[in-house]
Design a protein around this ligand. Structure first.
Ligand code: MD3
Ligand code: FE
Length: 209
């Protein structure tokens, strides 16, 4: 149910190691994965992390797997529990299957971050550097509304370029791109009817160590 055909967008993001597989998940697969993620959210409800600077993030989050990403006044980090005190639900098989197809030689992911973007939610330009090991790629799955994704290089002030990520797109980020600055500028609200109540769900699978 996963098409592993690489479709580089018209205006490619020219950073080595950034690979986008447009429409890798057919609609039936998108529904199955989303259904499994809605069950994760039932067990580990979405919350709005506080940045170390004391601002509430507009993206709501939760996680599956041994470790989940967390942030508060003490900083960004991976923790083994949801803020409620229970351990994170396990990563659904439908999600592990996608990792297996794209990264058959990598170890199993230890974390599946679930990002929910409602109307007006965004994610500022940042690097992902809270993991102990950057040698394995990160895999992202987009579900629901279109998102304007921006990516630069490894320097904060470098040039950036943008592409729209759509429901069913899979992105594999490795090599030089692993430490590139990136963010989500905005969501095209109402562009997809996949997520009940609207919005966008992004899954980010990682080997954390
Ligand atoms: C490029 N999430 O959770 S996923 C994040 O759509 C995050 O929710 C975005 O950035 C989202 O940290 C983007 C695609 C992605 C993930 C990791 C990357 C792109 C990346 C790491 C390095 C460079
Ligand atoms: Fe990120």
């Amino acid at each position: 149910m996963v098409n592993k055909t690489e479709k580089i967008p018209g205006k490619p993001l020219c950073v080595a190691g950034f690979r986008i597989f447009r429409g890798a998940l057919v609609p039936r697969a998108q529904s199955r994965v989303l259904g499994d993620i809605l069950q994760v959210i039932e067990q580990a409800p979405l919350f709005s992390p506080m940045t170390p600077y004391g601002r509430k993030m507009s993206v709501r989050m939760t996680s599956a797997g041994r470790l989940g990403w967390y942030s508060d006044r003490s900083g960004y980090r991976y923790v083994d529990r949801h803020p409620s005190g229970t351990s994170w639900p396990s990563i659904p098989d439908s999600v592990l299957e996608i990792w297996q197809v794209f990264l058959p030689d990598a170890p199993q992911p230890e974390s599946c971050l679930v990002n929910y973007y409602g109307e007006g939610a965004r994610m500022g330009l940042h690097q992902d550097r809270d993991e102990g090991d950057f040698s394995f790629p990160v895999l992202s799955v987009s579900l629901g509304d279109d998102a304007l994704f921006r990516m630069g290089g490894t320097a904060r002030r470098g040039k950036t370029s943008s592409i729209w990520l759509k429901s069913g797109d899979v992105v594999v980020i490795g090599g030089a791109a692993r430490l590139a600055y990136h963010g989500i500028d905005r969501i095209r609200s109402g562009s997809s009817s996949l997520v009940p109540g609207g919005g966008r769900v992004n899954l980010t699978l990682r080997v954390v160590r």
